[in-house]
Design a protein around this ligand. Structure first.
Ligand code: SF4
Length: 493
């Protein structure tokens, strides 16, 4: 059986990092981890090819080679997924689809032959057996949460690794919290399931053996969901793994704000090579946090928690949301003031969207406040919610103002400086300026220092960094990220 694995394109948004990738000569930020994990569950007798449409075009010759196509996608990839499925239908190649998009919108894809709904581990072998026997059903829905300690190692060999800025691995699924807008707990549950430290070390060994030396993203939605296992087992194993190699590999991940309450855990993460964490802050307003059940963010000084993490060696990237029921027109200015004061250069601000299956969606549906289909890109300035205290137009105007203001060079570089003054990065063992890093620096001189409208702010920062060489790599990286965010912000009209 010849199977073509297809990963649809992401739109050009904040998360694509498209405008930053040209500095490092890469085409995509991250590889399709779900698809290469599914690939590892297919029989060894199947012939596999993978096309990540973010790095390579799909041709008719690719389709004519295939006996079947496997597609995996998130909601944000819907448009590209629809287009490629139409091409498969035209070429008469059966389509097998799975992932969050198809699980959450199963009835929106009548053109897909077979749908794998939910986590695949326990249902995929039965589908494959039925498919090979020629009598596969249309739906295979997971009825339980699989033990991910049996999940096979992803097939990184199917990737052209040189096209990616980072590699990714997954340690856990699920999150113990219960934010009402979040589909993670709907998809993966609230009891975090973890892989073993041995699995993670084997995956990192495989990446190292494949000559991967750049950063690795732990894609977990909340890496600290199971703290006891992290502290006693995984992090000590990661620390030992880093020390057994000539140089450290930088790690980054997503966590909840309560990480700041556990200094031992932060120290261990930094010692294990983590230098960046993404946190859902959402809003500095207590009422908004209570309204969406983000209780872990309430009753605390959020800025102090962020600064503590920065002081201990973690850059905090954060997600923010406008459009909560308690938000008024003055919320936009308060969000701006908070983000600036906290020194969060990478602040992903989106309008609240209601994803099908979430508690938020159920509530708003009951109130008659759902309009249209969710885009899944929460930073594209659209929403499927009728807002409460502001009009749709005010929400849209306020959002545009906030994003444009945050990423105007003067304000962005101010934030970078605020962050760098707090940041105390751990030295990266064995780090040296790679050719990729050198070229990124030279390109930043040209695109930011000569051609960019941020040139004045950029050179001011570079001069400031010359006296602080430890901060130089972070400062240049953030300048490049800022260029990407500015371009995306400018495209939001
Ligand atoms: S903390 Fe993050 S992953 Fe967990 S429920 Fe809230 S939004 Fe979802």
């Amino acid at each position: 059986m010849k199977a073509l694995l297809l990963y649809p394109e992401f739109p050009d948004g904040f998360w694509s990092f498209k405008h930053a990738l040209k500095f490092v000569g890469r085409k995509a930020a991250l590889p399709p981890l779900g698809l290469i994990t599914i690939a590892a569950m297919l029989p060894g007798t199947w012939e596999l090819r993978l096309i990540d449409m973010n790095v390579k075009k799909l041709t008719d010759t690719d389709l004519s080679w295939a006996d079947c196509v496997l597609v995996s996608a998130m909601v944000v990839q819907r448009k590209s997924a629809k287009e490629l499925i139409a091409r498969c239908n035209k070429a008469k190649v059966p389509v097998i689809a799975g992932g969050p998009l198809f699980t959450e919108e199963r009835d929106a894809f009548p053109e897909v032959d077979h749908l794998i709904l939910g986590e695949a581990e326990n249902i995929f072998p039965r589908f494959v057996a039925d498919f090979e026997a020629g009598h596969a059903a249309r739906f295979y829905a997971a009825s339980d949460r699989p033990n991910i300690q049996v999940t096979p190692m992803p097939r990184w060999d199917l990737l052209d690794m040189k096209q990616y800025a980072s590699m990714s691995v997954q340690f856990s699924r699920g999150c113990p919290f219960n934010c009402d807008f979040c589909d993670i707990t709907v998809l993966f549950g609230r009891r975090p399931r973890v892989k073993t430290a041995e699995q993670m070390i084997a995956e990192l060994d495989a990446l190292w053996d494949a000559d991967w030396r750049s950063s690795v993203f732990f894609v977990d939605d909340n890496f600290i969901g199971n703290k006891p296992y992290l502290k006693t087992t995984l992090l000590p194993a990661l620390i030992a793994w880093q020390h057994s190699h000539k140089r450290s590999i930088p790690f980054y991940t997503e966590v909840s704000i309560n990480l700041a309450d556990d200094e031992d855990l932060v120290r261990q993460m930094v010692a294990a090579g983590f230098d960046r964490v993404f946190i859902g802050i959402e809003t500095p307003e207590e009422e908004g946090l209570l309204g969406c059940n983000k209780l872990q963010n309430t009753k605390r000084d959020l800025t102090a928690s962020i600064k503590k993490l920065q002081n201990m060696g973690l850059e905090v990237q954060a997600g923010f949301i406008v459009g909560f029921d308690s938000d008024t027109f003055s919320t936009f200015r308060r969000q701006y003031a908070f983000i600036q004061a906290s020194g969060i250069p990478t602040a992903m601000v989106g309008i609240l969207q209601a994803l099908p299956g979430t508690k938020l969606y159920e509530r708003l549906w009951g109130e008659g406040r759902i309009k249209g289909v969710v885009s899944g890109d929460n930073v594209d300035g659209t929403t499927n919610i009728v807002p409460k205290l502001v009009s749709s137009e005010e929400l849209s105007v306020g959002y545009r103002w906030l994003v444009h203001y945050l990423y105007a060079p003067k304000h962005y570089y101010q934030r970078v400086r605020t962050f760098l003054k707090e940041y105390d990065p751990a030295p990266l063992r064995g780090a040296s300026l790679s050719l990729k890093g050198f070229l990124a620096l030279v390109r930043s001189f040209i695109y930011l220092g000569v051609l960019g409208k941020e040139r004045f702010c950029y050179w001011k920062l570079i001069i400031w960094l010359l006296r602080r060489p430890r901060l130089f790599p972070a400062g240049v990286t953030l300048s490049i990220f800022g260029y990407h965010f500015r371009k995306v912000a400018e495209s939001i009209r």
